[in-house]
Each structure stands twice: as structure tokens, then as C-alpha cells.
Design a protein around this ligand. Structure first.
Ligand SMILES: Cc1cc2nc3c(=O)[nH]c(=O)nc-3n(C[C@H](O)[C@H](O)[C@H](O)COP(=O)(O)O)c2cc1C
Length: 381
């Protein structure tokens, strides 16, 4: 393929390069994948106002997210197993994000560890926390994120129980891949991925192996989640984490007004309107359809961030126009990473930035901070 022009182009390239079990892990939602599809589809229901003959020079996408300067209101979302889309994937993506001036969020379930990412970056990255039953491990994990100088802690609230994704079960997803006929075939057809992977030692869960006790079978994500994640996680635990952490706190996975108000009551700095990219509660509404309600509920008390279904700079602009102070992209950067490694993540960010900039201009605006419902022609949400 010639130079990728869209996130869809990067997805096509990633599908060719990444073994099926890991490509499908990214490109999947829970059960019928209805919410996954709705996240993307609902953006097209929002129409933008076309404006003409206004000054369009000197445009700026720069803003802040939880007080941090960002070159555009887009962060890389936390994604597990990113080092399986490409060898050392988290380190490469973190570097690309740093160079672009946007936050990178490292997942608890990453392949590269907090310390690995710290070793290749010079500015603070963000850390996403999954809360497990072993609170001693959580305290140590938060301590490691502090020691690495992480700029924000993102606590994920919507995955204490894992939603079922059929593709992962059918493909026998595990990290590192287990040797079966099925996985051997998947790997044999992706030689470049294998060559890269042979050159790194990072093929397991870097934040967990050697740090958590009594970990029996970490290669099976679903078994490990069922065993370790704490299904009793409560708002009181969030307050405990907030005190322990002491820095910027973001609560991820809010889709309901009552939960949004509870999140604001904790004193957290931001929440992320998110349904985990359609990977958890299939049948939940799309993220973008719920964004205005969350902004109405708590927008005056905390920053409202957004993720789910962003596939273009236009989508980012629509989320910002509906009140999001910042957004996150998951699959778009994973496809870039799978397609081309670090340059692929940079390409994904460039595509989104360019699309956002041109769209903003054609809506007659020069500064992202001036984009609100004033650039929306119509929206069903
Ligand atoms: C492959 C994959 C792995 C993910 N792993 C995590 C994770 O470890 N922690 C987390 O909070 N969210 C995780 N998410 C959810 C993302 O942070 C984000 O909410 C979602 O990807 C946004 O939707 P989008 O992919 O359409 O941009 C994951 C998403 C994907 C696609």
C-alpha cells in the first residue's frame, strides 16, 4: 500500500503484519459487538456547520488535559498487550506520543513495564490502574508509578469482570502465545512480526511478572482476570487510591449520570466517558451518545474526557464540540503500531491532527478552545 492516508489504511496494514490472535484482540468487542460498532457509527449522525469567508490563518489545536499542555486534545488510551502488536510496543508508542506532545497512558496489563517505558521517555507518561484483590500489590504498583514520575493515574472502573470477546476464545489468545497448531500457523504467516519479537525479551506482562505473588497462570488473560481482579471495587476504594496516589486522578469507564456524580464526589480531576471501546457491556449505548449527558451532570465540577470510536480528527472535534476537554484513542494507535511500529503511531497522530485542523478551519474556527456546540449543525445527542 502507498502512504497511509486514513486510520482505516493503517488497520489494513496492521491486519497483514500482526498475527491473527493479536490483531483480533484489538479489533473486537464483547458478544455481538453491537456497542463496538455503535461507538464508530454514531459519530456520523453529528453534522458540522460549514462556515466561509472568515479568517482561517494561524490555527491552534493546543490545549490542556488535567493541567498538562497537549499539542492536541488526544491522548493514547491504555491498552493491554500492546507489546504484542509490535515488539516493545509500549516503549515505541510512548516515544511517539512524547515527540508529538500528547500523553501516553500505560496499561497495568502492558507487556513493557513502567520502568521500561520510563527508561525511554523524558517527560511524564500516565499510568492506568486495574484494582486487584491483592492490595499490597496495588500499593507497590502505585509506588512504582510515583517513582517513575507518572503525570496522572487513570483508574479503570468498568472491567472488574471481563466481558466475553468470542474472537479471543476462538483464537486461543495468550501472551506469550502458547504453542498449539493453531497459534503456530498464525505466527508462521507473519514472519516480520516474529523476527522483531525474537529480538526482545519482553513477551509477558511486565508490570506483574516478578511483582505480584501467587500468580499461577498469567498467559491466559481471562483466567487471570477472573482470579485476580476485585469484583468488590467500590467508591471508597477510589478514595483510598486517591490518598495513596496524591496526584492527578482520572476515573475511566463512566457512562451513567449517577456514576458521574459519584466520580465527582471523590474529588477526582477528570472522568473518562467510556464503554471500554465496546469490549465490556455489549448493549450499552455508544460513548458519544452519552457524552452530553455526562457534561451536563458534572462538567462544572471536573474535566470530562471521552473515548470510544474515534477514527478521525473529525471525530475528535465532534467530541470536543460536545464538551470533552480531552479524548483518547485506542485502536487507531494500535493499528499504526501494528502496521509500522513507532512511525505508524506517529502517522496515526498526524492523520488525526491534520483532519482535525482542516475540519476546524472549514467550520470557521482557528482555536480548538473556541470549538463548542457553535460548530455543530445538528446532533441527535
Ligand atoms: C486491545 C485493547 C486493549 C485494551 N486494554 C485496556 C486496558 O488494559 N486498560 C483499560 O483501561 N482500557 C483498555 N482498553 C480500552 C481503551 O483504553 C479505550 O477505552 C478504548 O480502546 C477506546 O475505544 P477505541 O479503541 O475505539 O478508541 C483496551 C482497548 C483495546 C482496543
Amino acid at each position: 500500500m502507498s502512504k497511509p492516508l486514513t486510520i482505516a489504511d493503517l488497520k489494513t496494514m496492521a491486519r497483514r503484519r500482526v498475527p491473527k490472535m493479536f490483531f483480533d484482540y484489538a479489533d473486537s468487542g464483547a458478544w455481538t459487538e453491537g456497542t463496538y460498532r455503535a461507538n464508530e457509527d454514531d459519530f456520523s449522525k453529528i453534522k458540522l456547520r460549514q462556515r466561509v469567508l472568515v479568517d482561517m490563518t494561524n490555527r491552534s489545536l493546543a490545549t490542556t488535559m488535567v493541567g498538562q499542555d497537549v499539542s492536541m486534545p488526544v491522548a493514547l488510551a491504555p491498552t493491554g498487550l500492546t507489546g504484542m502488536q509490535h515488539a516493545d510496543g509500549e516503549m515505541l508508542a510512548a516515544k511517539a506520543a512524547e515527540e508529538f506532545g500528547v500523553p501516553f497512558t500505560l496499561s497495568t496489563m502492558s507487556i513493557c513495564s513502567i520502568e521500561d517505558v520510563k527508561s525511554v521517555t523524558s517527560k511524564p507518561f500516565w499510568f492506568q490502574l486495574y484494582v486487584m484483590k491483592d492490595r499490597g500489590f496495588i500499593e507497590r504498583l502505585i509506588g512504582r508509578a510515583k517513582a517513575a514520575g507518572c503525570g496522572a493515574l487513570v483508574v479503570t472502573a468498568d472491567l472488574q469482570i471481563l466481558g466475553q470477546r468470542h474472537k479471543d476464545l476462538r483464537n486461543g489468545l495468550s501472551a506469550p502465545p502458547k504453542w498449539t497448531l493453531n497459534s503456530a500457523f498464525q505466527l508462521a504467516t507473519k514472519p516480520f512480526w516474529c523476527l522483531d519479537m525474537l529480538q526482545t525479551k519482553r513477551r509477558g506482562f511486565g508490570n506483574i511478572v516478578g511483582h505480584a505473588s501467587n500468580v499461577s497462570d498469567l498467559s491466559s488473560l481471562s483466567a487471570w482476570t477472573a482470579e485476580q481482579f476485585d469484583p468488590r471495587l467500590s467508591w471508597d476504594d477510589i478514595r483510598w487510591i486517591k490518598d495513596l496516589w496524591g496526584g492527578k486522578l482520572i476515573i475511566k469507564g463512566i457512562l451513567d449520570e449517577e456514576d458521574a456524580r459519584a466520580a465527582a464526589d471523590t474529588g477526582a480531576d477528570a472522568l473518562i466517558v467510556s464503554n471500554h471501546g465496546g469490549r465490556q457491556l455489549d448493549g450499552a449505548p455508544s460513548s458519544i451518545s452519552m457524552l452530553p449527558k455526562m457534561v451536563d451532570a458534572v462538567g462544572d465540577r471536573m474535566e470530562v474526557h471521552f473515548d470510544g470510536g474515534i477514527r478521525s480528527g473529525q471525530d475528535v472535534l465532534k467530541a470536543v464540540a460536545l464538551g470533552a476537554k480531552g479524548t483518547y484513542i485506542g485502536r487507531p494507535f494500535l493499528y499504526g503500531l501494528g502496521a509500522m511500529g513507532k512511525p505508524g503511531v506517529t502517522t496515526a497522530l498526524e492523520i488525526i491532527s491534520k483532519e482535525m485542523d482542516i475540519t476546524m478551519a472549514l467550520c470557521g474556527k482557528r482555536d480548538i478552545k473556541d470549538c463548542g456546540t457553535n460548530i455543530i449543525a445538528s446532533s441527535p445527542f
